[in-house]
Ligand binder design. Structure first.
Ligand code: PEP
Length: 301
């Protein structure tokens, strides 16, 4: 059999298996419906510079914010994962902690890098993968894929970040760029049996990150719908319908409610505003209000 034919055959079989996996109810989470996910990316910063009291203050604000129907998550710098986790637990906040990045190898001579096992040992349960600031520093599509697969294989949940640059948006390449980013990163992942609750994809237009410019609701809605469709090609439609597609890019406590009201949006990835305990707690509250609204309508995100 020619190599191409064999490849095609393998692809068909993989797609069929993926569809099956996507449609098989996850018995451990039979009742699982997509809660909204509100996540904060602290980047190379921390509230109050990361001092113990500042972390305790952050944790106690979060613990007070109503979180019914909202999963919350923070991505501190790797050196703070353990102390942030302790502060949150001490305050009684259910917020989980994630790593901002990880290496695709399990261990080895990779000076300055962190592995999935190391961040798990520090208390992380999630990781970001493919943030635009890492892609801008030279991370390739294949490296993003390898990191995502490593995360899932190691038992970390993951937020995959995707988004077009300003040039892509202005020259009409947005959907081509999103397709390549999502398709490459997810390829083969359905075979690992990842449940939709253990993954999210954040739509973060690069031109909206840290610029104060939020994408238009229609742009967010169509991009998130498109991402869901591409994810469905790997995982099957049933799986993709439960996937949380987040929006990220200059979200504030003022804009959060309107963005969360967009049909396809299943949560938020917040940068700058997540460094302030009050602002982040207000965004989480907007999530709880939206969740309440959705449950009154009898729907999910
Ligand atoms: C981000 O970097 O993921 C982000 C969304 O940043 P900001 O909210 O500051 O635009």
């Amino acid at each position: 059999m020619a190599e191409l034919e064999l490849d095609q055959l393998v692809n068909v079989v993989l797609r069929r298996v993926a569809d099956r996996l996507g449609q098989t109810p996850d018995r451990s989470r039979d009742e699982w419906q997509p809660a909204l996910l509100v996540a904060g990316n602290w980047k190379m910063n921390a509230p109050g510079g990361g001092a113990g009291e500042a972390l305790v203050e952050f944790a106690s604000h979060l613990a007070l914010a109503p979180q019914t129907g909202v999963d919350t998550l923070v991505f501190p710098p790797a050196t703070l994962i353990s102390s942030v986790r302790s502060a949150l637990a001490g305050a009684g906040a259910s917020t989980e902690v994630g790593s901002q990045d990880l290496h695709w190898e399990p261990s080895g001579a990779h000076t300055g890098e962190v592995s999935a096992d190391l961040v798990l040992a520090a208390g992380a349960t999630w990781t970001l993968v493919g943030h635009s600031e890492r892609r801008a520093a030279g991370e390739t599509h294949d490296q993003v894929k390898a990191k995502l697969h490593r995360a899932v294989a190691s038992g970390l949940s993951a937020v995959l970040c995707v988004g077009e640059g300003l040039d892509d948006r202005t020259n009409g390449s947005t959907f081509r760029v999103l397709r390549v980013q999502v398709q490459t990163a997810l390829a083969g992942l359905a075979l690992r049996g990842v449940t939709p609750g253990r993954m999210a994809i954040a739509y973060e237009p690069v031109w909206a990150i840290g610029t104060g410019r939020v994408a238009e609701p229609a742009q967010i809605d169509e991009a998130c719908a498109f991402i869901r469709t591409v994810a469905g090609e790997e995982f099957g439609a049933a799986w993709a319908s439960r996937l949380r597609v987040l929006y990220g890019g200059s979200v504030t406590e003022e804009s959060a409610a309107d963005i969360l009201a967009i049909d396809q949006v299943g949560g938020l990835l917040v940068g700058g505003a997540s460094l302030s305990p009050k602002r982040f707690a207000a965004i989480v509250e907007a999530g709880a209000a939206r969740a309440q609204n959705l449950s009154a309508q009898g729907g999910g995100s």
